[in-house]
Design a binder for this molecule. Sequence first.
Ligand SMILES: [Zn+2]
Ligand SMILES: [Zn+2]
Length: 86
Amino acid sequence: MLSKTLLDIMACSLCKSDIRLEGDKISCTNAECGLVYSVQEDIPNMLIEEAFRPCPACKQQRKWIPEKDTLLCEHCGKSFKYTPNY
Ligand SMILES: [Zn+2]
Ligand SMILES: [Zn+2]
């Protein structure tokens, strides 16, 4: 189990908002961002490239492709331009 202290000092890699533990995932509390990070063997993977966001079209997970500034949904195949608004 992840320690509460660790979660308290950690922040979203993308928007620097607070994060919260949800089951075996860590999600960003900023609704505009909504990145979801995976936790492997109690170690949070905070890499933006490996984080997921819900797809606006099918509500499934979509993957961040940082080099193209787009978010690709692996479920419906749609890609979205990502424009940070902070
Ligand atoms: Zn975030
Ligand atoms: Zn989709």
